[in-house]
Ligand binder design. Structure first.
Ligand SMILES: Nc1ncnc2c1ncn2[C@@H]1O[C@H](COP(=O)(O)OP(=O)(O)OP(=O)(O)O)[C@@H](O)[C@H]1O
Length: 307
């Protein structure tokens, strides 16, 4: 189900969704970057120069962070998990400074390509280990923890794979396992680093549906992606990053040739057709990162549009 329809459904059952940044609330945002610069070995890769990154994600938002390779997307995510070198500024999760243990409410789904799949772990063990970042009295897991992990795996549709070795999973199943791992700590902010990479179209849609359900239940979702058309078609909000936040807003407002050129440094065309926004390269071919299907009307429009 597309995200927009899902929100209507949530509305029908009385769920109060915050559709994205800008919603009025007196509570601190789910995520806040305040004048932040960060990088590696002393080299600043985001927030260079005088202007650090100022960015906030409101509670209940569902936002995709897009930008070219090397733009700092993973670094931005790592700042939220306390794994990146912060050169200045402050990063907060629900008003708590990440540098002072504020990562407790963050659930993180890493890029699948960064995982050592030969590590001798079962699916259930991987999920359980997601809950052990805080100090625990015993090195083993309680029955309650196991039940919780099993319930999450069941909910994500892979309960029957709990005893399998992690290497035996498909890409979509791996994503679900890491989602369960991210949720096992009762996180209310989910961070996903490129969940659309290396999985097929069906799996992308399944992941989107799952994330939409979790978001409808109140979780804040922030993901990074290279897939512009997937973001434009399905997410309510997108932020473009290239060392700094270039623009942020609803796809219809910020997926524009000018902003794309500023973020990516190259000319792209943007087609509006059938109520959707589609990015193509300068020859009119659909953005190569996307496998999203597009109706013939979009392709015709893509072929005829001028930049
Ligand atoms: N561990 C590291 N040590 C040194 N430099 C790093 C490290 N990780 C990333 N970088 C550099 O930081 C910059 C930003 O990298 P980052 O991985 O955050 O970008 P990205 O937008 O996620 O890229 P991609 O889309 O290719 O994954 C790049 O120039 C990269 O080479």
């Amino acid at each position: 189900m597309p995200y927009a329809s899902r929100k209507s459904l949530a509305g029908e059952v009385g769920l109060q969704l915050v559709p994205g940044n800008g919603a009025a609330t007196s509570e601190p945002p789910a995520v806040a970057f305040r004048d932040v610069a960060a990088g590696y070995g002393g080299r600043t890769v985001i927030g260079q120069g005088d202007g650090g990154i100022d960015w906030r994600v409101e509670r209940g938002a569902f936002v995709g962070v897009a930008g070219p390779s090397g733009a700092g997307k993973t670094t931005l995510v790592r700042l939220l998990t306390g794994q990146a070198e912060r050169h200045r500024g402050r990063v907060e999760v629900h008003g708590h400074d990440v540098a002072r243990g504020g990562t407790r409410r963050i659930g993180y789904v890493p890029q699948l390509g960064t995982i050592d799949w030969d590590f001798p772990l079962t699916v259930e063990q991987t999920v359980l280990l997601g809950g052990t970042a805080d100090s625990r009295p015993t090195p083993w897991f309680s029955r309650r923890e196991r039940r919780h992990a099993r319930a999450l795996l069941d909910r994500l549709g892979i309960g029957d794979l709990a005893r399998r070795h992690i290497r035996e999973l498909s890409g979509g199943q791996q994503q679900r396992m890491f989602l369960a791992r991210a949720m096992v700590r009762d996180s209310d902010v989910l961070l996903l680093d490129e969940p659309t990479s290396g999985v097929d179209l069906r799996t992308r849609l399944d992941i989107l549906e799952l994330l939409g359900d979790l978001n409808a239940e109140g979780l804040t979702v922030v993901l990074t992606t290279h897939d512009l058309n997937w973001v434009a078609a399905h997410l309510p909000r997108v932020a473009f990053l290239n060392g700094r936040i270039v623009a942020e807003g609803a796809p219809a407002d910020v997926v524009t040739p000018g902003i794309l050129e500023e973020a990516y440094g190259s000319r792209m065309r943007v087609v509006h057709a059938d109520g959707r926004v589609v990015v193509t390269d300068e020859y009119g071919a659909l953005d190569g990162t996307s496998e999203a299907p597009h109706p013939p009307a979009l392709r015709d429009a893509a072929a005829s549009v001028t930049p």
